[in-house]
Write a protein that binds this ligand. Sequence first.
Ligand code: PMP
Length: 405
Amino acid sequence: MLDVKKIRNDFPALHQEVHGRDLVYFDNAATSMKPAEVIDTLREVYSKRNSNVHRGIHYLSMRMTEEYEAARRRVMRFINASSEREIIFTGGTTASINTIAYSFGEEFIKSGDEIIVSAMEHHSNLVPWQLIARRKGAKLRVIPMNDRGELLIQSLDELISDKTRIIAVNHVSNALGTINPVKEIITKAHDRDIPVLVDGAQAIPHGNVDVQELDCDFYAFSGHKVYGPNGIGVLYGKEEWLEKLPPWQGGGDMVKRVSYEETSYADLPLKFEAGTANYPGAIALATALDYISSLGIANIAAYEKELLDYANHRLGEIGGLKIYGEAENKISIISFQLEGIHESDAGMVLDKMGIALRTGTHCAEPVMTAFGIKGILRASMVFYNNMEEIDRLADALKKLKQMFG
Ligand code: PMP
C-alpha cells in the first residue's frame, strides 16, 4: 500500500554512500531520518517567519505564536487528546518523563511509597524515578518479563499495593521491540486509583496512539524518533492531573504575575513551558506528524510487519544468530547476537559494508543483565526501508561469520 520507492525520495539523508557503499540505515530506533518537508519547514521558519512566541505584539511574533499554538493543536489531534491544554512541548521524552517524575514526585511521593516500573525500561524511564525515590525515601518495584521479552502483567496484582503512587511503563521496548499491553496495565492501575505514565518514544512512530482510548494519565514522546527535529518532544497529561501538579522549572512564560513576595503560575499548558519555546521544532514536528498521517499509520504498521517477518526469515537462516525479544506482539526491531563475535566488532564490520545499526546496551542495561549479556546488535526498520536492504544485512552477516571463522 505504500510506494516505498517514492517515499525514499522524500528522505535526502537516505541517499548517500558510507565507506563507498549505498547506506542501509537500520538505526531508526535511535533516531529517524527527516523528510524534506520537515527540513524545509525549519528552513522557512528561520528564514522567513522567525520571531519569539507569546511575547511580542508585533506582526511576526503574533503570527509565530499562532503557528506555535496551531502546532500544539495538530499534536493534540494526532494523539487524540481532548484539549490543547493537555499538550506540553518539551525537549524530548527524557525531559517529559523528568518533568512528571519531579513534579508528581514532589507533590505526591513520600517516604515508604512505591513506584512501579517494568523490567524493560529505557534508562530515561528508570533513572528519573530512582532520583525521586532516593530523594523521598520511596522504593521502586519492577514488573518482571519472561525470556521472550514479554511483561508478566498478572504480577501487577501482587506488586500494586496501598503504597503504590504511580506506574511508569514503556509502550514499546527500544531494546526488544515488544509492544506492551499498556491498556491492560492502565485498567489494573485505575482499579486502584493509581495514575500511569507511558513512555511512548518507540510507539508513536509505529502505530496509532489514542491517549483517550488508552486512558493513560501521562504520555511522553520525542520528535526526532518520529521523523521530526531534535530537541522537541511532547508531554501529554490529563488536564485534571496537570492542574494538580506544581511546575517543574521556573522562568519566563510559565508565570501570570511575579513579585518578590508571590508568583502565580500561567494556565495550562504554559505552566510547564518555562523559557523560550522551541517553536521551530514544534511546528516542524507537526509537519512530521502530518507527513506520517498522510501515509496512513495503519499502512505504515502493516508494511513494517512485512519487514519484520522478512527480516526474521532472512536472519533465521544464519546459524549461531540468537534473537533477543521474541514477543508475540512487537514492532520492526530485531535485536541479536552472533555466537563468538563481539557486538562491537560485528557493528564495526557492518559499518564498513555501509550498514548502520546500533550496538551496545541500548540505554537499557537492566534488560541486558536480565538476559545475562553485555550488549546486542539492533536492526530497527521503518517504512522507508525495503527488502533489498534486509538482504544486504543478511548477506553481510553471513560474510561476517566467515571472516570471524
Ligand atoms: N524511552 C525510550 C523507549 C527510548 O527508546 C528513548 C530513546 N532511545 C527514550 C525514552 C529517550 O528519548 P530521548 O533521548 O529522545 O529523550
